[in-house]
Design a protein around this ligand. Structure first.
Ligand code: NAP
Length: 250
């Protein structure tokens, strides 16, 4: 049987990289998208190939609709099909109150986390939908517990963007429930990845994990990848429009 093809956005690091590696070990060929970390993406692609999969490294800023369109075309040309999209690429900004946030920051935050998710979902649905002759598929979006808790004084813009991802997941799921496409989301809590350092607080996961998480620790990228891969798999064949928390109880 042909291996299925999964496109993981933001697969050069963190949760996306863990998802790509785990998916390759479970039988997927992988489109490894990244924006700037070419070495990280190539390392993930090498691991995918070592696991017996095909890998296609795809540089594209998901906030750029033209780049997203070109990325899907290259994926199809190289790997021949698309079965699963993991909308994982995401950013946070430095801690700030809402009244301190610049227009540029808000534009980038929503450009990557919301518009990027929508651009990729559009391109995937156009290919997967049975109304277009597609074979169906699955989309998994990355939300955050911040969508429910907010993030006052830290990154309320990020929390609002992830709230948009939750609602988008519900609409996309219902629009495509009879098209063979399942759309779900994962809502991670505090996960030990480099994203916290990129937001200016590299020790955030180590510091807050024992303080605010009922399980008293941060999660791992692999623990989130497990939930993503279950939602992407046929084991979740009757699950759509769902958001699964992976947060140690937070
Ligand atoms: P990470 O380690 O910082 O990795 C982020 C990935 O996204 C990198 O591969 C990065 O690629 C890519 N990326 C960023 N902007 C991009 C863009 N415009 N276009 C394409 N790729 C882009 O972050 P992470 O912790 O794994 O987070 C992954 C997802 O989980 C995000 O959506 C995040 O919001 C969500 N999440 C994380 C946590 C957490 O605690 N870690 C909690 C809740 C939700 P380059 O470096 O190559 O640019």
């Amino acid at each position: 049987m042909a291996r299925k093809v999964m496109l993981v956005t933001g697969a050069s690091a963190g949760i996306g990289a863990a998802t790509a590696r785990m998916a390759a070990a479970r039988g997927f060929d992988i489109g490894v998208n990244y924006r700037s970390d070419a070495a990280g993406a190539e390392a993930v692609a090498a691991d995918v190939r070592a696991a017996g999969g095909r890998a296609c490294v795809l540089q594209a800023d998901v906030a750029d609709p033209g780049a997203v369109g070109a990325m899907f075309e290259r994926l199809e040309a190289d790997l021949g099909r698309l079965d699963v999209l993991v909308n994982n690429a995401g950013i946070v900004g430095p801690a700030a109150r809402i009244d301190e946030m610049s227009a540029n920051r808000l534009t980038e935050m929503f450009g990557v986390n919301v518009f990027g998710t929508i651009y990729c979902a559009q391109a995937a649905v156009r290919r997967m939908a049975q109304r277009n002759g597609g074979a169906g598929g699955a989309i998994v979006n990355l939300s955050s517990v911040a969508a429910q808790l907010g993030a006052p004084g830290q990154y309320a813009d990020y929390a609002a963007a992830k709230g948009a991802v939750d609602v988008l997941t519900q609409s996309l799921a219902l629009e495509n429930a009879d098209q063979g496409i399942r759309v779900n989301a994962v809502r991670p809590g505090i996960i030990d990845t480099a994203i916290h350092g990129k937001g200016g607080d590299p020790d955030r996961a180590a510091r807050l994990g024992p303080q605010v998480v009922p399980m008293k620790r941060a999660g791992t990228a692999e623990e989130v990848a497990e939930a993503i891969l279950w939602l992407a798999s046929d084991a979740a064949s009757y699950v759509t429009g769902e958001v699964i928390k992976v947060s140690g109880g937070r």
